[in-house]
Design a protein. Structure first.
Length: 324
């Protein structure tokens, strides 16, 4: 047999083998639902339907209406006559808007890391076997169930320049009276202290749950290996708490960006507008004082965009850390 004949026979055999191989395609037909499964699915949607209707009526539709009104000159009687971008042009040329942005970012930069650090330290303390642990947990959770008006009244007394408790205690150390609520250089620090104090409770509960989810066997193995407390925190506790800390940080950013009650209840209008105004207070001022509801809607849209961008950045960082 010549070389050409050998090649021809080999090619024919290869074609025959290829023809004999049948393509195997998986046909994964979805199994039909049983009567019980259909009933469970139906009643599941029935149970969720009231919540979905509530979200649609009270959240989604008003959100779309707010975006629409931000392009109008909506007044106090809910009448409008123009549809343009003048509200946004006026907003980005408004000095009050940039002052509110600066104050809000100040509160974010100061309050978020400090509250996260204090919450983690307090949660770790409450996670130890100490006497009176239940009492301490109750006391630390009180700010979460206290009315904002009551919180404002208490802190107004504590920060009072003439007869406040804080200045009274500082007097024993030779410190002169400080205008916590009147000095323009200090009022933002006072607001930050109140925000941090009032936001600790919920963060502590969440972080404490995260700490208690860490297996005790890991710490027992660390004790056997003779790892110090500080190294155990940075090498074991902190890495395993990253998902919980990430969630709490996202929640904290959103919470501080929307801060309003502390500023509204603690200071009079002149002090707020000059030194402590936030974005949400600027919205309140234009919507209810000046009755410029279209302009106020534009402020909330910008606040939503800023909050969304910060949250997306945090989510991107979380995906890199493999926690989101």
């Amino acid at each position: 047999m010549s070389l050409a004949d050998s090649v021809s026979v080999a090619v024919k055999q290869q074609k025959t083998r290829a023809a004999d191989v049948k393509p195997t395609t998986k046909t994964s037909a979805r199994p039909a639902l049983t009567r019980l499964e259909r009933a469970e699915r139906f009643w599941g949607w029935i149970m969720v339907l009231p919540l979905l209707i509530g979200l649609l009526v009270f959240y989604f539709i008003p959100f779309l209406q707010n975006i629409f009104y931000s392009f109008t000159d909506l007044d106090q009687f809910m009448n409008w006559s123009t549809f343009n971008v003048n509200n946004y042009l006026d907003l980005f040329s408004d000095d009050d808007f940039y002052a509110a942005i600066a104050n809000t970012l100040f509160y974010v930069v100061v309050c978020v890391p400090v509250s996260l650090t204090l919450s983690l330290l307090l949660a770790m303390g409450l996670n130890q076997n100490i006497r009176g642990k239940a009492l301490f947990r109750t006391l630390l959770f009180l700010p979460a169930v206290t009315m904002p008006a009551a919180v404002a009244m208490v802190w107004q007394w504590l920060f009072n320049k003439d007869f406040g408790l804080i200045n009274y205690l500082l007097h024993f150390f030779g410190v002169s009276a400080i205008g916590w609520l009147s000095d323009p250089d200090i009022v933002r620090i006072s607001v930050s202290v109140i925000i941090i104090w009032s936001s600790l409770a919920l963060k502590i509960i969440i972080l404490l749950a995260g700490l208690q989810s860490i297996p005790r066997s890991i710490y027992e193995a660390a004790d056997i290996d003779g790892i110090s407390t500080l190294r155990r925190f940075f090498c074991l506790t902190l890495p395993m708490m990253v998902p919980t800390l990430f969630f709490v940080s996202v929640m904290s950013f959103i919470e501080v960006l929307q801060i309003f009650d502390v500023v509204f209840l603690m200071f009079d209008r002149s002090m707020v507008e000059s030194d402590t105004m936030t974005i949400t207070y600027l919205f309140y001022k234009n919507a209810f004082y000046l009755q410029q509801k279209g302009y106020a809607s534009a402020i909330t849209v910008v606040l939503f965009i800023v909050t969304m961008l910060i949250t997306l950045v945090q989510m991107a960082i979380g995906r890199r850390l493999k926690v989101a």
